[in-house]
Every structure is written in structure tokens, then in C-alpha cells.
Design a protein around this ligand. Sequence first.
Ligand SMILES: C[S@@+](CC[C@H](N)C(=O)[O-])C[C@H]1O[C@@H](n2cnc3c(N)ncnc32)[C@H](O)[C@@H]1O
Length: 183
Amino acid sequence: MTDLLELQKSFLLRHIGEGDTVADFTMGNGHDTLWLSNTVGKNGRVYAFDIQPQALESTRELLEREAVSRNYTLILDSHSECDKYIDTPIKAGVFNLGYLPGSDKKITTLHQTTRVAVEKAINMLAPDGILLIAVYPGHDEGTVEGNMLAEMLAEYNRRKYCCACFRILNSPISPFFYTIESK
Ligand SMILES: C[S@@+](CC[C@H](N)C(=O)[O-])C[C@H]1O[C@@H](n2cnc3c(N)ncnc32)[C@H](O)[C@@H]1O
């Protein structure tokens, strides 16, 4: 049966490889940062953002424990400020919206800043690049973010971008994801 996480990775791997510059816009505990770091290798670069110091700490620990290449920059700031830190096109960007797993759930991504960040990330995409945005509709803000993104992405010019949604229809509160691929 379809595994959405595997499907996400297969989408990303169609666009990225050794030496690419990519971004993890919601670092959390660092699992996506780790995967991206291994995928782009020692000649690549991963920019990772989170607003919680706790996320940076656990990500740094994970990356050091796994002894990946020093190809990452961990940034304690909102993804909506990403253009202050990244001045080259990115081949891929990952958003995993919602709460930090294992936290008290007081801090979540918010549709206002998510919107700004996604708009900026789309503008940063290199040719043949991809953004992947995982949405969690099981909580109120996740539903708002999901609806906002559907409306926003529908407006992008199809000649320049392919915006799609992957969702399990018979499991409506399960996470789903959007992809934005640049020509
Ligand atoms: C679902 S978690 C990410 C999980 C992560 N990908 C992993 O592998 O563990 C969402 C993260 O987004 C972070 N976040 C919330 N608002 C943010 C913002 N404005 N900019 C960057 N990160 C933000 C939260 O602190 C949280 O750690």
C-alpha cells in the first residue's frame, strides 16, 4: 500500500542528488535535515530553520551522532526570514508543518508565516527543483494551513510550476502533502 513518507522521498530524489543546495524549513528533531545532508553529500549544502532552540540542539546532536558531512547550517529563525540566509537557488525545500514531536505543542507553524515562507521558497527554487510541504489536518491550525496552501498554490502559472496534492481520501485526518515542481 502507498506509504506517504516513501512517496515523499521518491519525489525529492527525482530532483536532488550529490552537490545540491537544499533547505529544511522546519528542522524539528532533524530527521529530514539528516536525510537531506546524506543525500546531497559533502559537496552539497543544507540550510535548516527552526524557531525553537530545543530543535537546533536535538538536530545538532543527531547530525553529530550520525557523523554526517559538515554540509549543514542550522538557523534559529523563522522560515519566513529564509531569504536573509540563503542567497543561492535551492534544488529542494522541505516543510513539515505542525508541532515539534515530543514537545508540549505550544508552538506550531502558523498559516501567516507559512505563507510568506512558501512564497519565498518558491522564488528561490532552481530550475527542475521541488518543494515538498507536509500538512497535518488533525489540528485546527493544520486545517487552516492546508486550505490556505491549496488556494495559494492553485494560482501559480502552470507553465512555470506544477503544484500537486497527495492525500489518502479514506483517512481524512492523516497527514498529506503538496509538491511544487519548477520547470
Ligand atoms: C512537525 S515539526 C518538524 C519535524 C521535523 N521535520 C523532523 O524531522 O523532526 C515542525 C517544526 O516547525 C517548527 N516551526 C514552527 N514555526 C516555525 C517557523 N516560523 N519557522 C521555522 N520553523 C518553525 C516547530 O518549532 C517544529 O519544530
